[in-house]
Design a protein around this ligand. Structure first.
Ligand code: JCF
Length: 666
């Protein structure tokens, strides 16, 4: 009678193990969360009824008891090495030259992988079972964190492959993915607990938490990057070692590149570009000699191997001092506090301003002018103040007070219930809002008026020549000459480009109006859905909700916008000034139907810009994405295409060049 139960427990355990592997290692789950939960629930119920059948490697047995006295010390049988660093292409070449020299001129093959910014961990398997996990410590000995590591879902409690060496030590990095970090901090904040300053600290703090039940609630991940003690070799190269670990059920970083030094240098540039899109934080790229026998013959100096190096990225956080806190008024009246900084080099550029988002953020951070702070700049994102270096505040600094009136036009300030943002109520009466509004109107993705920039707009506003967008179309070159020392020829050019911009599209026009929350993509969807401006203006709330990606908030912003007498006047004025577009033809499309397809454009195109190509593809129903994944239908690659092309090739996705695209569209 109990044999079927034992059998069922075994089957369930194996199924769950397989699903863990599909999810964490292959990144390709075959069932949904609720089905997974159901399997787990059935197993838990059976084990509760038959405690004798509970095995220590059962998927239910990840959370164990708290160790009595702190963590035990573990001596690493093979030391855990750290890495030497290089910081630029020059130092990278020197590293390559040094290694090549030591190999008597043999040109080695290299590997490159993202350098995960987490916490190094060694996991020991004996007869395929996880028996011990230890932190790096000083490289010679670390702390026994086995009970905590058992709670990490992506780490198998038992290895999967058929023939496994008696002893396998896996070395890798424990990390928190960016999304998991954000969610975890939000939860901690909700619970009134202390939050972590970055994913690395959160991963380290979680792993060194004494109570495994608490660790189990922290969404830690693990990626292997090598091995420690092995009772027999796994493979002859680093690349093959990673493949062997993956086959045993260990997650390995998917971003491994293999090639000569030129290929590695290209991989560095690609990775730097992709950095912000990756789901986890990285602080550089690890470069290794691929062949393990060559690694061994190169040996190591002090605590780092000669065969490897970390090519570091520019730091994304740096300390500096706040000189002052100013406020800026945006296009929609939103008032944003801005920190003026002592210039600091961070994220690859010198930064002297950082956003503080809103006044709630200022009180939350308790940041004051004069404070030393950490500033973060990631990719194209606006630099931000992430925390105050509280220990370094020596004087009594004044707190920032929230303004009651707009600092530009003195109109009263409003705050919508439940919103953190405060806004100037002045609308287009406010000079700052008017300037931002006009800047947006002429910008590249709106009416795209070349030659009209912030400086000229400021001058025109100051001269009283520009109140609303339509005023632009009434300007004459005589009015421009002399402004900002503008010559007749350039004044004529500006007027010409303003006049040319009257010919536009409905999508661009809608975007240019600057309706709150109506970005480029929403404007395009609205134009496609309603076809005409009149139809959109006549749409009621429910009709707006029928549009994909328009929710109640956006719908109410749209209604609010068109309900305003003043806005309707601005629109009429623009039409009267000759702004026009050809209404899209309702059904007929000139080209293949690309509905449901996802296209990616990369590299440079010659006969058109990428934006123009994207517009054509969207017109045919395709979605145009910035990154390549298994869901990508076609990648169009021009000269200079990098990692996106490589990825498309490795995923077997159709690739075409510009010529191919033009043929295809015919
Ligand atoms: O991703 C990492 N942080 C990382 C660290 C990757 C590696 O391949 C490493 C490492 C530390 C030491 N390899 C060694 C030998």
């Amino acid at each position: 009678m109990t044999e079927p139960v034992r059998q069922r427990i075994k089957v369930l355990s194996e199924q769950i193990r397989q699903h863990d592997y599909n999810y964490h290692v292959l990144d390709a789950p075959t069932i949904g969360d609720s089905q997974y939960d159901a399997l787990m629930a059935e197993l838990l119920a059976l084990e509760a009824d038959y405690p004798d059948y509970v095995r220590s490697d059962s998927p239910t047995q990840r959370v164990g008891a708290k160790p009595d006295q702190g963590f035990q010390e573990v001596t690493h049988r093979v030391p855990m090495l750290s890495l030497d660093n290089v910081f630029d292409a020059e130092e990278f070449s020197q590293f390559v030259a040094r290694v090549t020299d030591r190999l008597d001129g043999l040109t080695p093959e290299w590997t490159a992988e993202p350098k995960l910014d987490g916490l190094a961990l060694s996991i020991r398997y004996e007869q395929g079972n996880l028996v011990q996990a230890a932190t790096r410590g000083d490289g010679q000995s670390g702390e026994d964190v086995t009970a905590n590591v058992r709670t990490i879902r992506s780490i198998p409690l038992r290895l999967m492959a058929d023939s496994i060496p008696e002893i396998v030590e896996v070395r890798g990095e424990v990390i928190l993915k960016k999304a998991d970090f954000d969610a975890m901090n939000a939860r901690l904040l909700d619970a009134g607990e202390k939050t972590f300053v970055n994913p690395r600290n959160a991963a380290a703090g979680s792993l060194r938490q004494l109570d495994p039940t608490l660790v189990a609630q922290r969404p830690l991940s693990f990626y292997a990057y090598g091995t420690g003690e092995l009772s027999q070799p796994l493979a002859p190269t680093h690349q093959a070692t990673m493949a062997a670990l993956k086959a045993m059920g260990i997650p390995v970083n998917p971003g491994l590149v293999v090639g000569d030094a030129v290929r590695i240098e290209q991989a560095y540039r690609d990775l730097l570009e992709e950095r912000d899109q990756l789901p986890y934080e990285i602080d550089g790229m690890v470069i290794k000699v691929n062949r393990l026998d060559l690694q061994t013959s190169l040996g190591f100096v002090a605590r780092a191997p000669r065969y490897a190096s970390a090519w570091k990225f520019p730091a994304q956080e740096a300390a500096t001092r706040i000189i002052a806190i100013d406020v800026q008024v945006g296009r929609t009246g939103a008032i944003t506090p801005v920190a003026r900084l002592e210039p600091v080099f961070v994220g690859g550029v010198t930064v002297s301003n950082a956003t503080l988002h809103n006044f709630d953020e200022i009180s939350y951070l308790d940041v004051r002018p004069g404070d030393r702070v950490m500033v973060r700049r990631a990719g194209d994102v606006i630099p931000q103040v992430v925390r105050v270096l509280a220990d370094e505040r020596t004087l009594n600094l004044p707190q920032v007070v929230m303004p009651l009136a707009c600092p530009v036009c003195a109109s009263p300030i409003e705050r919508a219930p439940g919103e953190a943002v405060i806004r100037c109520s002045g609308g287009l009466v406010c000079g700052a809002q008017r300037l931002e509004h006009l800047k947006h109107f002429v910008s590249r993705k709106a009416l795209d008026i070349e030659g009209v920039g912030e400086k000229l707009l400021e001058l025109l506003i100051a001269e009283g020549l520009l109140h609303s967008p339509a005023d632009l179309f009434r300007l004459s070159s005589e009015q421009l000459v002399g402004l900002d020392r503008m010559a007749e020829k350039s004044a004529a050019n500006v007027i010409e480009s303003i006049q040319a911009a009257r010919e536009t599209t409905l999508a661009r026009f809608l975007f240019a109006l600057g309706i709150r929350d109506v970005g480029e993509a929403t404007a395009r969807t609205l134009a496609q859905h309603f076809q005409t401006l009149d139809a959109l203006m006549a749409a009621d709330f429910d009709a707006l909700l029928e549009v994909g990606d328009v929710g109640p908030i956006v719908a109410s912003h749209i209604q609010h916008f068109f309900a305003s007498e003043e806005n309707r006047h601005v629109i009429q004025d623009l039409m009267d000034s000759g702004v026009r577009w050809t209404e899209p033809e309702p059904t007929e499309r000139k080209g293949p139907d690309l509905s449901g397809q996802t296209w990616v454009l990369t590299g440079t195109l010659e006969t058109m810009t990428r934006d123009e190509a994207a517009e054509v593809l969207r017109g045919l129903g395709a979605k145009v994405s910035g990154s390549v994944s298994a869901k990508t239908t076609v990648v169009v690659a021009g000269p200079g295409a990098g990692s996106k092309l490589t990825k498309a090739e490795s995923l077997g996705i159709q690739v075409m060049d510009e010529q191919g695209l033009l043929e295809f569209l015919k």
